[in-house]
Design a binder for this molecule. Sequence first.
Ligand code: G6P
Length: 603
Amino acid sequence: MCGIIGYIGKENAVPIILDGLKRLEYRGYDSAGIAIMNEKGFEVAKQKGRLTALEELIKQRPIKGYIGIGHTRWATHGEPSDINSHPHVGSKNKIAIVHNGIIENYKQIKERLEQKGIKFVSQTDSEVIAQLAEYYYNGDIVETVIKTANALEGSYALGIMCLDEPNKLIAIKKDNPLIIGVAEHGNFIASDVPAILKHTNRVYYLNDKEIAVLTKSGVEFYNMDREPIYKEPEIITWSVDSAEKGGYEHFMLKEIMEQPRAIRDTIQSVLANGDNGKVIESLDVTRFSKFVITGCGSAYNAGVVAKYVFEKLCRVPVEVELASEFRYKDPIIDNNTLVILISQSGETADTIAAMREAKRRGAVTLSIVNVMGSTIAKETDYTLYTMAGPEIAVATTKAFSAQLVMLYLLAVTFARKLGKLSDEEERKLFSEIASLPDKVSEMLKNVDTIQKYATTCVGYKSIFFIGRNIDYAIALEGSLKLKEISYIHSEAYAGGELKHGTISLIEDNTLVVAISCCERLYEKIYSNVEQVISRGAKVLFIGNCIKALPGEKLEIVNIPVINELFSPSLSVIILQLFSYYVAANKGLDIDKPRNLAKSVTVE
Ligand code: G6P
């Protein structure tokens, strides 16, 4: 969840690292820090709070050097404070580290080192890495890193500098992402691609327990036996602009607006003979007796939508599980189960654990991932890449939309392969899916109604989302989106559940957001709308089959007509815009909501 970056090269590392940290801030923003190695030794600046506080500190006390490491923190062990911020330097002032992950046996290591008289200054698990490395250091930093890593239990991505070997920057990882970038002027380590995209698109993906030794002029890789290993660099196709705000006030709004492109590219990657299409075609779907879909947060919600689509088209039972629950529930899966893992980052700890559990039990695994080279992408049997491009805002929008269309395309292809659809029916459904980018584009040209309406909604304490069938599935995402960024309490309910308790929550001036894209269920959801209005609620009614007329308590947003199975891709646009504008009107830090991080690499 934390973000790390390191640089060694011909240029001053400080501005490069600060810029990288800005792009990594979505991974955590409790504190930020930087350590530079120069002729004076280590110069460390670290500060609780947002990166701007660190920038201010460095303005007052400038530091400079050609090798350095930086960190942006999402606190796990030890409260957010200056002292608990990274980088951590051992008490001999010889080794400095930045760490992303959790060291599970840090207490034992700490006790052992304390008995030897080593004094710790922070409450973090990470400090033990710097202290232990110093304790082991024998004049050879690579050997020291191997010995240190062998003593650590848990997960880590590490950037390490050693004062006695000032021309090296060391990186190693286990169960947390780390990439190595190579540029003309120097070399980088980073938690992800956008942090260094400005400098290079040539990256190496580190595998678990591989060590990278970076110098000004190159990079070498070793295994834990210190044998050299050969790795091929990958060329990243994401453009530099895609990781910039491009004139928008927030990344979230920019990413909402990019959805027609993200959806179109994802469709193309399947239908226009792209790699994703080939992967889907290569899968023998007839062998599966059920599908299990798992993920966390919005990725899970995409799975809930997909269950309706798969079951309707394929007539194969689908279970949707929260990845954090799946791993501990003794799941009933075997080699006739296809487990579909959905993850934007490909690094979510719970989803990784679910994937490994599924593999252990012999299931076939297929992932839908946005980040190339990520752990989930690498470890599943089949990998499909969503073409959303880098997503920076913590609240997902374009990656979610890309996941939805990928799932539709998968479901339709599977249904044809299973003999549930003729070629002709498949073509028809594909062409409906292919109409989505233009429809979303049209909707995004006209955001005034929802923008205006959102200004009237900032005062609500609670907002309820209702829908039936697939509209209920997307209501879950609408509710999550709203609460993550606006801090307004919200919940989603199936319309039919209202009478079983939920309706007691409705009082004067409660807001209910109702969704209606399943025409066959229109009367049912409309009667829910009437029920809540008669109990004092106001309703925002979003749909493509609404017959009611707007009124004092009823706002209506009409959206384009499409097959109900694919309608979540349209209703979600209004739900995203609604959340965005409510949060914007509250003046909140939309791209970095409090306590959240985009990529949750801890359990
Ligand atoms: C975090 C984010 C959510 C995201 C979830 C899963 O909780 O705040 O927006 O949906 O992680 O992330 P993934 O990268 O696995 O899709």
